[in-house]
Design a protein around this ligand. Structure first.
Ligand SMILES: Cc1ncc(COP(=O)(O)O)c(C=O)c1O
Length: 407
């Protein structure tokens, strides 16, 4: 908007310029056809929601504590839920006090609060390459300079973390990363934490997918190794239902009060009713009964997609089989541009997320993300076959162009 635009007197803040409509979302909106096989979504399967348990818990909360559930409440969150979170993380090796738990409106809000409290204009913020797009969106309005840390198939390369010294923090997803799918093993966790400590580089550990493991549970969180230097984010979105919008962060006592003030300013508190519903459900041990069936469903999707990729993808495409989470991350041969191919793929009835949006800097164009949790095995087979056809054609065209250029 310019000053000369006299019909609109509203002037945007500079930070609003950092908020961009995602090109990919725009393309995918066009792709909302009922016949389209969309492997683009980042949503959990609606078949995984424990609907009966949530219905019963809602009735019980409204029967037992209706006034408290409908009243304003404390910004820190519902006490018994904070205690449950602290005890649950204790079982995973983190020794924390419930007073360090801040209940957030989804872990996305945790990212937003961290951006507000930790980033100044021009601050260096270190991220993985690729990383979660929603975190980049949450941090960007603070006007940071993003720096991607060097990564290999095992995660951030510890020996290279010194290059990010001076950054406000390193944001990372150790468990079944979105979008990359990789999980840091125990030695890599130790090495990354040791290097971060040496460099004085605080960590933000985002863990929405840790319970979605299909082969074996992931190692203990980074926060268990360096509690004073790590802020941990968790969420009930992928284990219960994202529509509840209940997540949490765990912060060292030195930064907790500022995050709490930011939370107060943002929304006073996360809906009391939802917090109580979540607490009612989890305190009854529902997750232990419910998660095995979610893992079984998602494991079947993972296996179906792994088999379809092996059957159909042209030579030169690379991927790792994720041991958890929701996504395959595919690298196409160099020169293949996944964003440019998307309209053709949509024409053929299949959608995916091009990978370049997941890079804070130096976008890699030859990669894409496929979700295996919201489509059934038959659709996975048909969708991957169609996608492979589109890539095959693109490779043939590039090959012909190169031959012509060489002739
Ligand atoms: C890595 C990561 N972090 C955070 C979120 C936000 O989740 P929520 O706000 O629903 O807890 C998501 C959602 O997909 C995610 O993939």
């Amino acid at each position: 908007m310019t000053d000369s635009d006299s019909s609109n007197p509203i002037r945007l803040a500079r930070r609003a310029e950092r908020m961009n409509a995602s090109v990919i979302r725009e393309i995918l909106k066009l792709a909302e056809r009922p016949d389209l096989i969309s492997m683009a979504g980042g949503l959990p399967s609606p078949h995984s929601f424990p609907i009966d348990a949530v219905r019963e818990a809602t009735a019980q909360v409204l029967r037992d504590t209706p006034q408290a559930a409908l009243q304003y409440a404390s910004s820190e969150g519902f006490g018994p839920l904070r205690e449950w979170v602290a005890a649950d993380l204790g079982r995973q090796g983190m020794r924390i006090d419930p007073s360090q738990v801040l209940i957030t409106t989804g872990s996305q809000q945790g990212l937003d609060l961290l951006g507000k409290v930790l980033i100044d204009a021009g601050s260096l913020v270190a991220v993985e390459a690729p990383t979660y797009l929603g975190a980049l969106q949450a941090f960007a309005p603070g006007e940071p300079c993003f720096a991607s840390v060097a990564c290999d198939e095992g995660g951030p390369i510890a020996e290279r973390l010194g290059e990010a010294a001076g950054a406000r923090f390193l944001y990372l997803l150790p468990n079944f990363q979105n979008p990359g799918g990789r999980c840091l093993d125990e030695p890599r966790r130790d090495a990354v934490v040791a290097a971060a400590r040496r460099a004085g580089l605080p960590l933000i550990e985002d863990n929405p997918y840790g319970e979605l493991w299909y082969d074996e549970p992931p190692p203990a969180p980074l926060a268990a190794r360096w509690p004073q230097g790590t802020i941990y984010l968790g969420s009930f979105s992928k284990v219960l239902a994202p529509g509840l919008r209940v997540g949490y962060l765990v912060a060292p006592p030195a930064v907790y009060p500022k995050l709490l003030q930011a939370k107060q300013a943002a929304d006073l508190h996360t809906p009391s009713l939802n917090q109580r519903i979540v607490h009612q459900v989890v305190r009854d041990g529902l997750l232990d009964r419910h998660l095995p069936s979610v893992r079984e469903r998602y494991r079947a999707g993972r296996d179906a997609m792994g088999a379809a990729l092996a059957r159909h993808m042209p030579p030169g495409c690379r991927w790792l089989t994720p041991r958890g989470g929701m996504f395959f991350w595919i690298e196409l041969p160099p020169g293949c541009d996944a964003l440019a191919l998307l309209p053709r793929a949509v024409e053929r009835g299949v959608a995916y997320v091009p990978g370049e949006a997941f890079f804070a800097d130096k976008p890699q164009k030859n990669c894409l993300r496929l979700s295996f949790v919201t489509v059934d095995a038959g659709q996975i087979e048909a969708g991957v076959a169609a996608l492979a056809g589109v890539i095959d054609e693109a490779l043939a065209t590039t090959g012909r162009r190169l031959q012509r250029a060489a002739a």
